[in-house]
Design a protein around this ligand. Structure first.
Ligand SMILES: [Zn+2]
Length: 341
């Protein structure tokens, strides 16, 4: 089937509908996260970088990619496998950085979400029996891109229907969109432990934040973290997954007024114990979506979750670890000298 025919195919229409449904479910997709693809005769339509799955019905969010060539580059360890734009079949939208695992997997349909239940569960070891029962493979955390795609291929089994990506999310495959979607729903239900606490912000906090450049999050699970000291301590530890780092910074921080973010890369989720949570007033919709998701993840975490290392976290931000240590050292020196923090 030619790319033009694929665009017109009923299966592509089904994929767009599924993409929009998943994109509008905050327990599956937050902001521009996640991606879906469909292949035919070595060509592939894959979600473009920076687009939102929730827009799939109203906009063209797909980029056409030579999947066969990209998969070959990946298998040959060619550095171009980390540059999805080099495999574009037409000018326009740039393919997602996660295009490589879509290209690498043979199945016609691939869905990838940041399912909060799967993500939370992926931070503790999964037994082989549990994975086998679901026909899933486990892939430990790797930075999204060609390296992660190679690890997915390494872990893949002939009868696998999907992969749990450690500290990241879920991949499922199918011969059809309906098959892949049914598998995704089954895995999500399996890992979901039920609803989590929700809480309103302290109305005084909402008022006190006026004019500070920060605005309180509304009622929800992340606001509820502020009222639960144990969960709050879990949230304010090292980062748990890549989109958290990209949209909210290396670590959410607990603070009082005035808001005092930590030194280093910008941090966009401020927690006020027993009062609520806040993001910068000018926060993007993606930042707000990720901030609102944090509570849904943290309340579902196992007791001692695996976290990203400092190196893994800084590498997502293109921050050099040495530069970061220098910023921390300068802040400490200023603090000891009684200067500005
Ligand atoms: Zn992802």
């Amino acid at each position: 089937m030619s790319l033009a025919d694929l665009h017109q195919a009923a299966e592509f229409a089904a994929l767009r509908a599924t993409a929009a449904r998943l994109g509008k479910d905050p327990l599956q997709i937050q902001g521009p996260g996640g991606n879906v693809s469909i292949k035919s005769d070595g060509d592939m339509l894959v979600k473009a970088s920076g687009t939102w799955l929730s827009d799939a019905m109203e906009q063209d969010i797909f980029a056409p990619v030579d999947a066969a060539a990209m998969a070959a580059a990946l298998r040959a360890s060619d550095p171009s496998a980390d540059k999805p734009a080099e495999f574009l079949l037409a000018e326009g939208l740039r393919p997602s950085i996660e295009t490589s695992f879509h290209a690498a997997l043979d199945a016609p349909v691939v869905l990838h979400t940041h399912c909060v239940a799967t993500l939370a569960r992926s931070t503790a070891p999964l037994s082989a029996a549990e994975l086998n029962a679901l026909k899933l493979v486990f892939v430990p955390y790797f930075k999204p891109g060609a390296e992660l795609a190679r690890e997915v291929l390494k872990a893949w089994q002939p009868d696998a229907v999907g992969a749990v990506l450690g500290n990241h999310g879920l991949i499922v495959v199918g011969d059809t969109v309906a098959e892949a979607e049914a598998r995704l729903d089954k895995v999500s239900r399996h890992f979901n432990t039920g609803s989590v606490p929700q809480h309103d912000p302290d109305p005084e906090l909402v008022k006190d934040l006026q004019g500070t450049g920060w605005s309180a999050l509304g009622s929800g699970a992340t606001t509820a973290l502020a009222f639960n000291p144990e969960a709050l301590a879990t949230l304010t530890g090292p980062a748990l997954f890549p989109d958290q780092v990209i949209f909210l910074g290396p670590e959410p921080f607990a603070t009082d007024l005035p808001v005092a973010p930590p030194p280093g890369p910008p941090a966009s989720l401020a927690m006020f114990p027993c009062r609520g949570a806040a993001v910068p007033e000018n926060a993007s919709p993606a930042c707000v979506a990720l901030a609102e998701m944090m509570g849904e993840v943290v309340f579902r975490l196992p007791e001692t979750p695996t976290r990203l290392t400092l190196e893994q976290t800084l590498s997502l931000l293109d921050w050099d670890a040495e530069k970061y240590r220098q910023v921390l050292e300068n802040e400490r020196t200023a603090r000891l000298a009684g200067g500005p923090q």
